[in-house]
Structure formats: C-alpha cells, structure tokens
Design a protein. Sequence first.
Length: 426
Amino acid sequence: MAAPRVAVAGGGLAGLAAALELKDLGCEVHLFERSRLLGGRATSFEVDGHVVDNGQHVYLACCTEFVRFVERAGMRDALYLQDRFDVTVYSHGVRSGLRAANLPAPWHLLWPMLPYRHLGFRGKLQLARALFALSREGKIQGDFAQWLRAHGQSEETVRAFWDPFMVPALNAPLEHMRAAEAAFVIQTAFLSDRNAARFGYSTVPLAQIMDAAAAGLTSVRRSTAVSTVDVQADGVHLRTVNGESADFDAVVLALPPRALQRVLPDSERIGLRDLDTYETNAIMDVHLWHDRGRLDFDFCALLDSPVQWIFQKSAGYLCCSLSAAGALVASSTDEVVERIWREVSAALPQLSQARLVRGAATRNPEGTYSARSGTVRPGARTLDRKVAVAGSWTATGWPDTMESAVRSGTAAAIALTEQNAWKTER
Ligand SMILES: Cc1cc2nc3c(=O)[nH]c(=O)nc-3n(C[C@H](O)[C@H](O)[C@H](O)COP(=O)(O)OP(=O)(O)OC[C@H]3O[C@@H](n4cnc5c(N)ncnc54)[C@H](O)[C@@H]3O)c2cc1C
C-alpha cells in the first residue's frame, strides 16, 4: 500500500510535532505554513542585525514531550537544562535566591525558602500551608487569586512567590487565572518531583530547531497560507491563498482557533465548536543591549515590575520578558525600552552606572490562548476520521505552552493513524 498522503496546516510546534510523528509512522507529510518562518510563536528573526527569538521561551524538566520533540529533530545539544531548580530573584537592588535542596518535594523548595530574603517568616509559613493544601486538593473552582486569598496568602507572599512564578507560567494575572490550571502547574512542577521545575531553554535561535524538525518532511511550503479545507468522502481537498490546490488522504489542522474557523467555516459539522471564544493574552519582550558586558547570572526574576524574568542571552544583551503585558504591547518601542531600562537598571546593582546601547521590543498581542469559562477545549479527534486538530490551545491537560503544542501534535498524528487504520510502521 502506498504511504498515506497527509497535509499539515500550520508550521508551529504543534504542526511540526504532528508532522514528525506522521513521518515516523510512515506517512508522506506535506506542511503548509503561512509565514516564511517555521515555529509559529516559537520562532526567531532578525531585529537590527541581531537574531532574536519571538520572545524568550523556557521549558521545565517536566516538559518531557517538548524535550523528546527536540531530540527527534536531532537538536538535543541545543537544549540547556539546570541540574537543579535554582533561581535568582532581585527586588530594588536586593538579591536573593532559591536553590532546590536534596529533599523530597515539597521540602526541596521549602527548605531553601528559609534564607529567601524577599519573604518574611510569616509569609514562608503561609506559602508552606498553600503548597501542602495544593498537594491535597482535587478539583479546584474559581480564579487563583480567590483561592490564594481563601488560603491566607498575604500581599507579600503573592508578590514574592506567586506573581513571579505563576504569572509567566500561565501568562495571566492571578485574578484571570483558573485555579485548576494554576494547581496543575504547581503540582506538576513543584510538588511531583524535586527535579521537575528545573529551568531549561534553547541555546540556539528557536527557528534552528524548527527548521531541523522540518528537514525530513516530504514537502514544506513556507509563505503558503491554507485558504480552505474541503472535507470530502474519500479525502480532503486543500486550497492555498497562492491559488494552488491538492488532494490528501487526511489533514492535521494545527492552526490557532480563529484561523481554523476561517479555513473550515463549517467546522461545527465535524464537532469543532466555540472557536471564536478563546481569549488572547499578550506577551512582550524587551531586548536591551548595554555597555557592562557579562553579568553574574544566566537569568533572574524581578519583583515589583512589569518584567518578570530577565535572561542574559550574551555578554551585554538582556532579554526581558513581560507576561500578561496587557496595554503595554501598544506602547511605542522608544517608550517601552526607556521604561524597562529604568526598571532593570534600578533593580540590578551591576547596571546602576550602565549605559543603554540599543533597545528593541517584540510584541505578541496573541501570546497565548485560553478557553473562556464554559468553552470545552477540543481533543485531537474530530467527527471526521480524515481531520485531526492540533494546537497548544486544544485539550492536552496543559496550559498554552510548548509542551501542550507538542503533545497536541503527537496526539493528532496518532488519532489520524488509528482512525484511518493505516498500517504504518515506526
Ligand atoms: C513571546 C512568547 C513567549 C512564550 N514563552 C513560552 C515559554 O517560555 N514556554 C512555553 O512553553 N511556551 C511559551 N509560549 C507559548 C508557546 O510559544 C506556544 O504555546 C506554542 O509555540 C504554540 O504552538 P502552536 O503550534 O500550537 O501554535 P502557533 O505557534 O501559533 O502555530 C500556528 C501556526 O499556524 C500558522 N498559520 C496560521 N494560519 C495559517 C493558515 N491559514 N495556513 C497555514 N498556516 C497558518 C501560523 O503562522 C503559525 O505558524 C510563549 C509564546 C509567546 C508568544
């Protein structure tokens, strides 16, 4: 039997993960991506002669499927991972840190809390109580800010722990964060295993990983948006905005929810509902080049600032990540660079005499998607066996992250293979 011909619409992480899995399952894979770049939100491009990522991306050690994806792309060496959870936190020039102890969770985190200077003793007790409560709680309702208040977390504890760790993890302010999703993150990263929350990131521009992942596919069509997908009795007919069309045995739609609705206007017919009800949350990164060379951290958190994390990408280059950036994404580059430089140079004593050489900003008004209350995230399978759906916003059990994107892509590939009973071999 000839290899099944499968189209993948969308060359973000979800589409690439689906494509890699389908290829390994013996399919002919044709990838269509609207942009000239692969990777979707997790890509890289040039800004003023510097290659920057579309925002700093980190993964945690518990993101096992993302790591497996990078390995499959042959890029394992491009990933850095801490040997233990170890973070530096600055507040108004005061530096303190949290380094996991050799103890079972959650003691691995609570023990190093003792010398943590940004939280008083009472706050530490509050935090310990909340972590133990989260380790026991099953289904939690409501928003996370409410849950924290109900569990006696003071403003100080929110500022010194919950804000810097949870706002970037879920890209939302605590009051817009579902308590159940927050609990999942804490349980997975902090309470399951003392190694799970180790930070990692790519040491090469993300686009290099994405290009490597796409290298072995049958065809990769960049700058080729899919305009419509026509699901027929014996296959799918796909048209692109460039006026081309082709037939496939099946398709993976690895698109953001509204783009999916546009290419498949009768999506409800195959069980895809509420595609216009996802909320988008902005992320912004401010890139700062200064004249002080290398600083003594790889990355650090800032308290009391719109910047949650700063990553030292190379000597003299800091990438500052602003999750839940809200209206800031609409500010002009000059305005936001000046504001963030003021924040960063005031918070880091090493930069008190430094000069800003250059600044840039990358903006993602649609940084992440979250399902509105009442919306059910769809799984990979649809009511039509020839169509599967992927995307970090689908029902993977994870919030909108790289891990969710990869899981969704793999699930979509497996769904197509199983539903079509393709006799494939790994
Ligand atoms: C600035 C920023 C920082 C982030 N930081 C982190 C982080 O630290 N850790 C983490 O885990 N996650 C992070 N994320 C989230 C992460 O990037 C996403 O969860 C993940 O990349 C989503 O992958 P995806 O393939 O599901 O979606 P997308 O990346 O959105 O991919 C969808 C693709 O479909 C393409 N497309 C759209 N319409 C069409 C069409 N008609 N035809 C063909 N192609 C089309 C798009 O161009 C895009 O390439 C961050 C996101 C941003 C924006």
